[in-house]
Write a protein that binds this ligand. Structure first.
Ligand SMILES: [Zn+2]
Length: 315
């Protein structure tokens, strides 16, 4: 305790030592004799007692400070406390600012990531219907140069939900062929067939099936899988081909004129877009032998004529 008092408190209150030194002088009425006796007595006292006496003397000195010194001491102490408070407050403000900065940075990074994924989305998430992306060679939509994409025949975009039974959400490789199919049930609309594919995800015991497009009996075109994604239409060729399903009325599977015309326009645009030859248009039958599309498998001349019509449409 004694050591603490001397080291800490005396550093802050140097006047304490001074006042102790001054005390005997202030008590001027003591005679020199009395002083001498006092000093002699104290020299004879054991060191321990002398230390205790000194301590008492020091403690007694506090109430004897002058009013001015006391005020100075209080002011200094108050200033010290204020300074400490100020420092603490500054530290708190700094901590809050750092937290805000950190939170702001995190939010900014997240927003940037979201914007990038929206702009450059490959539509794999299923929610990004536009499928726009910006690469070194300009803007692409569904993996196609924006300028060429805008020339596509009129169609309605109604993508399937991503599911392992119809739209796996996997990227399509380099397109080498376009396949033409027909839907198994006659007299159905494009929308009805889309629903069939969409519902496959809930009927877990069926093989996967889909296409990129369905053309209805009124000639309406529905796009149900983006062109930069794989569809399930031709076993072993889903990775590098695009498929079109066609609806029909006639028992023999022949397409209506409206369906046929839309098909020719779509095939012309697709072959141009992917730099393919008209001979690269295939029937599902040409890869695996399935009788699809029925009429154009049973009528080879009709199939040849169809390709000629595409050739004409491309000019
Ligand atoms: Zn088929």
């Amino acid at each position: 305790m004694g050591a603490r008092y001397e080291e800490d408190d005396e550093a802050d209150y140097p006047f304490l030592r001074e006042s102790i030194r001054q005390r005997p002088q202030r008590a001027g009425e003591r005679t020199a004799k009395q002083q001498a006796v006092r000093q002699q007595t104290s020299r004879q006292q054991p060191a321990k007692q002398q230390a205790a006496r000194l301590q008492t003397t020091k403690l007694q000195a506090v109430p004897q400070l002058s009013a001015k010194q006391d005020r100075n001491a209080r002011q200094r102490q108050a200033a010290l406390i204020r300074r400490k408070r100020r420092m603490r407050r500054r530290k708190q403000i700094l901590a809050v600012l750092l937290c805000l900065l950190l939170a702001g940075s995190v939010l900014a990074v997240r927003r940037l990531q979201r914007e990038q994924s929206e702009a450059g989305g490959q539509a794999v998430s299923g929610e990004l219907s536009a499928g726009r992306s910006f690469g070194l060679f300009g803007e692409k939509i569904q993996g196609i140069d924006a300028g060429q994409y805008e020339k596509h025949p009129e169609w309605t975009e109604d993508f399937l939900t991503i599911s392992e039974y119809s739209r796996p959400g996997e990227p399509l490789g380099e397109v080498k062929n376009i396949f033409v199919h027909y839907m198994a049930t006659p007299n159905t609309s494009a929308a009805q067939n889309r629903s069939y594919f969409e519902n496959l995800k809930d009927m877990h015991d069926v093989p996967g099936a889909s296409a990129h497009f369905i053309i209805g009996i009124e000639g309406e075109i529905l796009q149900i899988v983006p062109l930069d994604e794989m569809a399930y239409a031709v076993k072993g060729r889903n990775e590098d081909s695009i498929s079109i399903e066609c609806c029909y009325k006639a028992e023999n599977g022949q397409f209506t004129q409206e369906t046929y015309d839309s098909l020719i326009t779509l095939l012309a645009w697709l072959t141009d877009t992917y730099g393919l030859d008209t001979e690269d248009i295939l029937r599902h039958y040409d890869c695996g032998g399935k009788k699809c599309p029925l009429y154009y498998v049973e009528h080879e001349d009709a199939w040849k004529l169809l390709k000629q019509d595409v050739e004409e449409a491309r000019k």
